[in-house]
Design a protein around this ligand. Sequence first.
Ligand code: RP5
Length: 168
Amino acid sequence: MSVVILMGSDSDLDQVRPCVQVLKDFGVEAKVRVLSAHRTPEALHHFVEEVDGNTSVYVCAAGGAAHLGGVVASLTSKPVIGVPILMSTLGGADSLYSMAQMPGGVPVATMGIGKAGAKNAGLLAVQIISLSSPELTEKYKEYRVGMAAEVAKKDAKLQAKLQEENLL
Ligand code: RP5
């Protein structure tokens, strides 16, 4: 079983990369494809039909009138996570609203706009898969412990710096 990451255009890749990286770091198999709800509707339908049996979670990243997540959600019963792409027009608010405002009955779990949203999409996919994998649950817990340790290190560094500057 793998995670399928779809993006509406190759121009989305830079913002989607953190999601790909998270899945790689956790050792979760991923397929990454460019397919568009508007530009390649038939290819998108065929692709979802083909991979659905071996897919646990979909991550769909798109910008503008971002229907990719919604269309994929209409074609599968698997969870769909949406990543709204930051656009130069409207600052990605259009992407966010298009994804988040799904009609009742067809959910798309919509993340924040851009790279942080993509990272969280990867982590949420890991959390969903870890529901049936004690090993992945353990890895995810270790990740959280590591993150807390990083913050503690940064705090210690900040205290030292402020003391050095005679501000404390
Ligand atoms: C969306 O249109 C894509 O997800 C992308 O964010 C946006 C612009 O695509 P390009 O014109 O850069 O290919 O479907």
